[in-house]
Design a protein around this ligand. Structure first.
Ligand code: NAD
Ligand code: ZN
Length: 346
């Protein structure tokens, strides 16, 4: 079969590799029908994720058809259409028993396209198949479901739910990439008074409007803190969601939030940020961090199946898997191509 294989920083190839086989009796082999590329894959290609080594097949998002299952797999059957989630769950460890699958210490967590071969391939081996895949509901497309492999639950759990968004809140979302847009979409489920999207790219701000932001701010031209204070009688946002992953945007979130509010950090940070405790200690501010757990995936699948959320609008570009390298170029050049999510099909 063919797969996207990582060969060290800046090096990847769509190349012939052995087809995966069942290794543990809880594995499934899934034929990948639809797959996408994550911003995190670009981080890996920059060499930012040391655990990914030469020869690793990338990718942690897919929708596919089950081709084979191990003898210990009970609920997933050959021929089933399944969502392969970015998080694998052993289902039995202390963290999995608590729904914190991202922190799994029984062999799961974020492993696909990281510690084991991933989904950017014609076939993928999925460990702990019963607790790491989700049946695709009737009446929805593979593409829509694919948006729940990572970005959907990430924006919702780590942004909206960690941020404790409530009806009537003013929610500021810094970074309107796929993850920030997913946080905007999730926040709207709670009827906020205002959703303020903050991004340096005007194309992303336009997308934010389509996803439900009623106010957009480009900090290159406008003062985000002044705008949010203007909406809140000088207090600040009830919830500030960081969806970029650099120190200045985290620090900005701590200035956007009101006393008693919450800063929910979603971004993956490669370096330290300053915590201004000298300003924050008196403000009763809560700061949350998190790797997505995907405990919300069943909820989001129900919202998708009943048309309460629209995931199709994330997909801006489509490719055949044979054109994987072109898809990577399009996704990496989002400022020019206006890409949000690119989808590849077998
Ligand atoms: P992305 O790169 O597509 O989007 C980031 C956005 O931030 C872009 O639109 C960019 O224009 C904007 N931006 C950059 N600098 C800015 C600044 N100074 N002020 C305002 N906006 C700025 O990324 P994405 O795919 O949407 O992911 C967002 C973050 O979430 C990344 O750090 C990603 O690694 C992380 N992530 C976290 C988890 C998790 O479990 N916590 C899971 C998936 C992704
Ligand atoms: Zn576990």
């Amino acid at each position: 079969m063919h797969a996207i294989v990582y060969h060290g920083p800046g090096q990847k190839a769509w190349e012939e590799v052995p087809k995966p086989m069942i290794e543990d009796d809880t594995d499934a082999i899934v034929k990948v029908d639809t797959v996408t590329i994550c911003g995190t894959d670009l981080h890996i290609l920059k060499g930012d994720v040391a655990a990914v080594t030469d020869g690793r097949i990338l990718g942690h998002e897919a929708v596919g058809t089950v081709e084979n299952v191990g003898s210990g797999v009970k609920n997933v059957k050959v021929g089933d259409r399944v969502l392969v989630s970015c998080i694998t769950a052993c289902g039995a460890c202390r963290y999995c028993r608590d729904g914190s699958y991202g922190q799994c210490i029984g062999g799961g967590g974020w492993i696909l396209g990281h510690k084991i071969d991933g989904t950017q391939a014609e076939y993928v081996r999925v460990p702990f198949a019963d607790t790491s895949t989700y049946a695709v509901p009737a009446g929805v497309t593979d593409e829509e479901v694919l948006m729940l492999a990572d970005i959907g639950p990430t924006g919702y759990e780590v942004g909206v739910l960690n941020g404790r968004v409530r009806p009537g809140d003013v929610v500021a979302v810094v970074g309107a990439g796929p993850v920030g847009l997913s946080a905007i979409m999730g926040a709207k489920l709670f009827s906020p008074a205002h959703v303020v999207a903050i991004d340096l790219a005007d194309a992303r701000l336009e997308a934010a409007k389509q996803f439900g932001a009623d106010i957009t701010v480009n900090p290159a031209r406008e003062d985000a803190v002044a705008i949010v204070q203007g909406l809140t009688e000088g207090l600040g946002a009830d919830v500030a969601i960081e969806a970029v992953g650099v120190a200045p945007t985290f620090e900005q979130c701590t200035t956007l939030v009101r006393p008693g509010g919450t800063v929910a950090n979603v971004g993956v940070h490669g370096g330290p940020a300053t915590l201004h405790l000298e300003d924050l200690w008196i403000k009763n501010v809560t700061i949350t961090t998190g790797l997505v757990d995907t405990y919300s995936t069943p909820t989001l699948l129900r919202l998708l199946a009943t048309h309460q959320i629209d995931l199709a609008r994330f997909v801006t570009h489509r490719f055949a898997m044979a054109d994987f390298l072109e898809a990577y170029d399009t996704f990496a050049d989002a400022a020019q191509t206006r890409a949000l999510k690119v989808v590849l099909t077998a």
